[in-house]
Ligand binder design. Structure first.
Ligand code: KG4
Ligand code: ZN
Length: 362
């Protein structure tokens, strides 16, 4: 089965074609990612209107390039998948509308993909993983712990009460003038830093539960920065290192609680797996902290390679293929959605618990 996937929910325009073998093995035949970072850099953050316009300008050319790279034409494609949310609505519409046009013109089925499910299944681009597994989803808009029970079946254990981890990275980097995108810039700045010189709070430390909070930490980092008259390079490096260390520790601690919970819920599961996905999963300090926590709890940590941690279309095509093989397709009037919880059941029980601007939107 061959599926083309389109992605434009934030600031990467991406198209990919994957082939799914009957045994579930995935081959990525071609993929294109066009980052808009340069367009947003002068503003220190993603500007929705600029993003939407830039996606709309390149989407059909990217489709043509990806088909050419795979040496395929549309009649050889079995289904057309596109992110239908959650994300910046104008951006989401660019890929979804292009996919609808392709579906209408070719008569192939459309599959509307939840972007978060793309991140959730992304390690399966490398190897098939048996369900259930524990999933830490850490991106610019989301920080959640979920149990992935099967394709389309996710149970949320906890999420951020305010800011997402990526948001805390981005906003702190912006305050410190480190550049955009903030996460990788802060990681680079932290390389030469001492994470223990500057005292920053440890969010929710020791408190049981699976939720996260990063707004207080972000504010403390900003206050520390603003208290410096003329920050020396060492101040920059040490503050970045302290911020990164506190985020890594908090993610590892809350995830360790969730691993205990998972082990109690699935006592029969041998060699349980912890998957970490989303843009923040490309941070090496965070991976190291999670790796330690996982081996301490007898879990195997799986993280997709860097290029599939951040936004990409291979993961969207993969989700499309997994749904299509299970017989699910979507009508052409499927709407684009700014919000779309991965776990509809607990989202209903537990509507927005925080006040963060981008906080717990799913
Ligand atoms: O998954 P993603 O590409 O887009 C969303 O769906 O949000 O994640 C982007 C987020 C941004 O907040 C970015 O700063 C963060 O991931 N990020 C990082 C690193 N690389 C990307 N954060 C920390 N360290 C990194 N190396
Ligand atoms: Zn993402």
């Amino acid at each position: 089965m061959t599926v083309i996937g389109l992605e434009s929910s934030c600031d990467e325009s991406a198209v990919a074609i994957v082939r799914r073998a009957p045994n579930g093995r995935i081959d990525v035949l071609a993929e294109q990612v066009l980052s808009q970072h340069a367009a947003h850099a002068p503003f220190g953050g993603v500007v929705p209107e600029i993003a939407a316009r830039a996606h709309a300008e390149v989407m059909d050319a990217l489709v043509a390039q990806t088909l050419a790279e795979a040496k395929l034409t549309l009649d050889r494609i079995d289904a057309i998948a596109a992110t239908a949310g959650p994300g910046l609505i104008g951006g989401v519409m660019a890929a979804l509308m292009t996919a609808k046009g392709l579906a209408l013109g070719s008569g192939k089925p459309l599959i509307a993909v939840n972007h978060l499910e793309g991140h959730a299944l992304s390690p399966r681009l490398v190897e098939p993983i048996d369900f259930p597994y524990l999933l830490l989803l850490v991106s610019g808009g989301h920080t959640q712990l979920l149990i992935a029970e099967g394709v389309g079946r996710y149970h949320r254990l906890g999420s951020t009460l305010d800011d997402a981890a990526g948001e805390a990275f981005d906003k702190t980097a912006k305050v410190m003038g480190l550049g955009f995108p903030g996460g990788p810039a802060l990681e680079r700045a932290a390389e030469a830093g001492d994470p223990s010189r500057i005292a920053l709070p440890k969010p929710l430390q020791g408190r049981p539960g699976f939720d996260f909070s990063f707004a207080g930490l972000k504010t403390a980092a900003r206050q520390n920065w603003e208290s410096l008259d003329s920050p020396a390079p060492k101040d920059t490096a040490d503050l970045a290192a302290a911020m990164q260390a506190r985020i890594a520790e908090s993610l590892a601690e809350r995830t360790a609680f969730a691993m205990d919970h998972f082990a109690r819920a699935y006592p029969e599961k041998n060699a349980p797996v912890l998957v970490v996905a989303g843009g923040v999963a490309s941070n090496r300090t965070i991976r190291k902290a999670l790796d330690l926590a996982a081996s301490d709890k007898g879990f195997r940590l799986l993280a997709p390679p860097m290029k599939w941690c951040t936004d990409n279309a291979a993961m969207i095509a993969l989700v499309g293929a997994e749904h299509f093989v299970r017989g699910r397709t979507d009508p052409l009037d499927t709407p684009a959605r700014a919000r779309w919880p991965l776990d509809a059941a607990s989202a209903k029980l537990q509507p927005a618990i925080g006040s963060g601007r981008k906080g717990p939107k799913a």
